[in-house]
Design a protein around this ligand. Structure first.
Ligand SMILES: [Zn+2]
Length: 229
């Protein structure tokens, strides 16, 4: 059974006071280091070998304090196989095409949570997007920023309302929340998909166009409650 659940994320996150940084889980990992597997084997056509370096730099960003909103000091360790990994990071050519994600979604993070702790996080990033009719591959700087943002989710952070923050812009889409009762311990397994429209503001598209894209996605998901055409 799939329970489709769309959170009141947008209003909920924005309703927080500025001093309350939105956190998904305050201490999501019960061990350290957190292991990361970067899938450089199953890569899409326009994958650049320089992207994995950007992920490593993004890991260092958080190890060195990140945006200052983590209540703990994370440590990452790269591993060679997916089976050893807490965080599995992979690329696809285009999220809209490959996963049916909404237009403008550049990456998503899917944490699997058991009893309030993450047991695994999947991160999927796209390597480029259609802008108008033209395919445009993301550059390294773009990829690094998106990797920082998605790793921020994997460390338990939500979306910031501060436009200068790496965890902005906020677009909090939770779906496929699928409670499974597991035999024996019967923990509550929960996963949320956090889709991120993050890249748009970094890729040279002006803010108005970004806002338009975001609004159309919001309308699609939440309905056009204002009767806007
Ligand atoms: Zn995000």
């Amino acid at each position: 059974m799939i329970c489709l659940f769309i959170s009141a994320g947008i209003q909920g996150v924005y309703a927080l006071e500025d001093t309350d940084y939105p956190v998904l889980v305050s201490m999501p990992w019960d061990h350290s280091p957190v292991t990361v597997y970067i899938d450089e084997v199953n890569v899409p056509e326009h994958y650049s070998p320089t992207y994995s370096e950007q992920v490593k730099l993004a890991m260092e960003y958080w190890e060195n304090g990140g945006n200052g909103h983590l209540g703990y000091d994370p440590e990452f360790k790269l591993v060679d196989t997916e089976s050893e990994a807490d965080i599995y990071l992979m690329w696809v050519e285009n999220l809209e095409k490959n996963t049916g994600a909404g237009n403008g979604v550049a990456g998503f993070t899917r944490p699997y949570e058991v009893n309030g702790k993450y047991v695994r996080v999947d991160i999927v990033l796209e390597v480029g997007d259609y802008q108008g009719y033209a395919w445009r591959q993301y550059g390294d700087a773009n990829m690094r920023e998106v990797a920082k943002h998605e790793l921020g989710h994997a460390l338990g952070l939500g979306h910031s309302t501060d436009r200068r923050d790496i965890m902005y812009p906020t677009y909090d889409q939770k779906d496929n929340v699928n409670p499974i009762l597991v035999e024996k311990t019967r923990p509550f397994i929960y996963f949320a998909v956090i889709a991120c429209l993050f890249i748009i503001s970094f890729s040279g598209i002006n803010w108005l166009r970004y806002r338009g894209k975001r609004r159309s996605l919001e309308n699609k998901l939440f309905g056009d409650k204002n009767g806007r055409s």
